[in-house]
Ligand binder design. Structure first.
Ligand SMILES: NC(=O)c1ccc[n+]([C@@H]2O[C@H](COP(=O)([O-])OP(=O)(O)OC[C@H]3O[C@@H](n4cnc5c(N)ncnc54)[C@H](O)[C@@H]3O)[C@@H](O)[C@H]2O)c1
Length: 312
């Protein structure tokens, strides 16, 4: 049986993710959007590249037609509005909350066994909406942010030490916002701690650039936010799930006491396999890291409380 991935939102992140899923030969793809014609057009364009890219994945696009998403294995949700210069991710809350609720209810009705990968911002808060609106167990709702933030951290470390990106392992934990926590202590270049290779002031500058990585791109693009690397992040998670890789990746997961955090989606290392979030990995944090993670979780909690107020 072929696997099936539905991508909701055929915009920049969604269409790029759909293309990567197909071109990696991972699954048949259904691309859904509210826009008339756009998902069908982008899907046809990707399908027409298939003979050149050499894959046999079927890809279709549709407008608000959730029947096509029936029995999807993974659903990547990118529907919503992105940031414009001067906006924070949290400014998207009210609009994207409504969109998330609507699309997740539709998805849950036709693909009750799917694993949801949430991408829309503000990420951690949108995971809550997806969790509540779907009624899915916590293992099957997971947010993509840490993979992206860690990839940015890894890219900047590779640029600094001038080695292959493949040699770099790095973790960014916490919420997907200005309070995210790059964990340099657990970041390595071919197994060598970065703290031994990069001077503290340079490392602090790299951590800052990582935290501001999204805003840096929004500032350059001016009309939207990053999408190539975010799509790569969502597809790495999709691949880990579809191939049951048991891959450890930083993802937004629902915490119930892990890291001293309760009933919140926050970015932590998890093991991803075909059951979704199969394990939350608790790494030892020092006092400073733990406080930074707690502060990040507090900002997520505030957003969740804001959503409750907005829903009244
Ligand atoms: N988690 C992350 O790390 C990360 C990274 C980048 C972007 N994002 C977020 O992902 C989202 C998408 O970003 P983008 O750059 O692709 O934006 P985009 O504007 O290019 O695409 C969003 C698409 O969603 C569609 N849409 C809106 N309402 C919908 C609905 N009810 N049903 C189906 N589709 C609907 C729009 O028509 C549009 O095509 C934004 O919220 C952005 O902030 C998150």
């Amino acid at each position: 049986m072929r696997k099936k991935v539905t991508v909701i939102g055929a915009g920049n992140v969604g269409a790029t993710a759909a293309m990567r899923v197909a071109e990696k030969g991972l699954a048949d793809v259904v691309l859904v959007d509210v826009l008339e014609g756009v998902p069908a057009g982008k899907a046809l364009d990707i399908a027409e590249a298939a003979p050149i890219e050499k894959h046999d994945c079927r890809i279709i696009g549709c407008t608000n037609q959730y029947a096509d998403a029936k029995d999807s294995d993974v659903v990547i949700i990118t529907a919503g509005i992105p940031r414009k210069p001067g906006m924070s991710r949290d400014d998207l809350l009210a609009t994207n909350m409504g969109i998330m609720k609507t699309v997740v209810k539709e998805v849950a009705a036709v693909a009750p066994n799917a694993i949801l990968i949430v991408v829309s911002n503000p990420l951690d808060a949108m995971c809550h909406v997806a969790f509540e609106a779907s009624g899915f167990p916590k293992e099957r709702v997971v947010g993509m942010a840490g993979v992206l933030d860690s990839a940015r951290f890894r890219a900047f470390i590779a640029m600094e030490v001038n080695v292959s990106v493949e040699n770099i392992h790095a973790f960014v934990l916490g919420g997907h916002g200005d309070t995210m926590v790059p964990i340099s202590r657990y970041s390595t270049v071919a197994g060598i701690p970065v703290t031994e290779l990069i001077a503290p002031d340079r490392l602090a500058a790299i951590e800052k650039r990582t935290r501001e990585g999204g805003a840096e791109i929004v500032g350059l693009l001016k009309t939207g936010s990053a999408y190539y690397a975010p799509a790569s992040g969502a597809v790495e998670m999709t691949e880990a799930i579809l191939k049951d890789k048991k891959k450890i990746l930083p993802c937004a997961a629902y915490l119930e006491g892990e890291y001293g955090i309760n009933n919140l989606f926050v970015g932590v290392p998890v093991k991803l396999g075909d059951r979704g979030v199969e394990e939350i990995i608790e790494i030892k944090l020092d006092d400073k890291e733990r406080k930074a993670l707690q502060h990040s979780a507090d900002t997520v909690k505030k957003l969740v409380e804001d959503m409750k107020r907005l829903s009244k």
